[in-house]
Design a binder for this molecule. Structure first.
Ligand SMILES: Nc1nc2c(ncn2[C@@H]2O[C@H](COP(=O)(O)OP(=O)(O)OP(=O)(O)O)[C@@H](O)[C@H]2O)c(=O)[nH]1
Ligand SMILES: [Mg+2]
Length: 246
């Protein structure tokens, strides 16, 4: 049987994370620097474009109950043109998306529409979404501008469209934005509003794989029909050239 590597598990079924948050946006808008600022409270100005995927794991208290510890996976992908069509596994089982643009580069704002449409196609309209307008340190006046994209989304989503003007460079609003994303992700998960059919299938595979007497733990050496069907559903990360740093 092929190796099972499912999103939301860091490629390891024994260590499934509670929440998965994905970042989207053009290259060099500051996605990786924002994550570094949030996780390490650190910032190094040199740019090292993300190759394909960097996966971070973060532990915190459940943002709702404030009791049990949870594990959050933050998926950071490359915004470069050559990676612009993102593998569907990047989106699968995600609980919230942080969409980013750079307030000093108009094209990154224009491209938000494209990222947004792709996200909705992959995860449906109900996936929680947070917009980060980054690099506000370079031009604080941008926080006062009217943004058509934001207006449109607010209208569509009945006002529920959080926007954070951030700076990964000086830390402005970064923690608030990520905390809000984690909280919304948790609420989304707890409401069971997990979305599309492929998610259902993936969850089923994941649960069955964890069960000792699950269908994938039986006849593991036999190439039976179940196996063949199953292979079609496997998301094999080796095909997507992922560089996973946990
Ligand atoms: N002034 C300023 N520069 C920033 C900020 N955030 C990121 N940068 C700079 O922008 C460049 C790109 O940042 P990255 O975090 O690598 O961008 P990215 O979105 O991860 O890019 P890809 O991995 O190529 O998709 C780096 O040179 C950063 O130093 C910010 O808030 N303010
Ligand atoms: Mg990056």
């Amino acid at each position: 049987m092929s190796k099972i590597t499912l999103p939301g598990t860091g490629g390891n079924l024994e260590k499934a994370s509670d929440l998965k948050i994905i970042l989207l946006g053009d290259s060099a808008v500051g996605k990786s620097k924002l994550v570094e600022r949030f996780l390490l409270n650190d910032y190094h100005p040199q740019q090292l474009s993300t190759y394909a995927l960097t996966l971070y794991r973060y532990k915190c208290l459940n943002p709702i109950t404030k009791k049990k510890e949870i594990t959050v996976e933050i998926w950071d992908t490359a915004g470069q043109e050559r990676f612009q069509s993102i593998h569907p596994s990047y989106y699968h089982l995600s609980h919230c998306c942080i969409l980013c643009f750079d307030v000093t580069r108009k094209i990154t704002y224009k491209n938000l529409e494209k990222w947004y449409q792709e996200l909705v196609e992959q995860r449906g309209f109900n996936l929680p979404l947070i917009l980060i307008a980054n690099k506000i340190d370079l031009d604080p006046s941008r926080a006062k501008k009217v943004y058509g994209f934001i207006e449109k989304r607010r209208e569509e989503r009945k006002g529920d469209f959080p926007v954070y003007f951030c700076s990964a460079s000086d830390g402005t609003n970064v923690v608030s934005a990520f905390r809000d994303a984690i909280k919304r992700a948790m609420i989304f998960k707890e409401n069971g509003a997990n979305g599309d059919l492929s998610d259902e299938v993936l969850r089923f595979i994941e649960e069955e794989s964890l069960r000792e007497d699950g269908i994938f733990n039986k006849n593991v050496n036999e190439e039976n029909d179940m196996d063949l069907n199953f292979k079609e559903l496997v998301i094999d990360k080796t095909n997507t050239a992922l560089d996973v740093n946990v």
